[in-house]
Design a protein around this ligand. Sequence first.
Ligand SMILES: [Cu+2]
Length: 169
Amino acid sequence: MIKTTITALALLATLAATPATGHEEKTGSFTISHPWARATASSQTAGAVFMEIHNHGDTDDRLVGAASPDAERVEIHGHLRDGDVMRMRRVDGIEVPAGGTAVLAPGGFHVMLMGLKSPLFEDTLTELTLTFEKAGDIEIEVVVEAAGATGASSATGKMDHGSGPMKSR
Ligand SMILES: [Cu+2]
């Protein structure tokens, strides 16, 4: 397993430069764009994390798990249509094809922090380890945004970042 840690220092420098517009974490053949979570109320025991995962490599990969020191367990969720409602479901993994992007966004795929040990407070960071089938573990830091955040800030925030081979959505 390859383990890559992106230093908190580099991240904080990025955050200071671009407040509330998201950040990028690059490692190996992956770029994780704008990893963010919604702030949770003290009554909530679960929280959702969103991001875009760009695979610059030439090998298809798959996000198969995640872990966080702030949650008892972490699951990968998607949404499935059930009649007129979209219901959240646990999924085995999320494909990240070579040269492609996996989008984790409200209403779709997300990483679910289950059994939060404390609420996710806005403007704090939470650690997350993403486990890929082939690339192994990648550690990232997730920015906690407002409880009602939609992630729309990522669209503009991304303009500040270097353009990889991936096209932004
Ligand atoms: Cu969920």
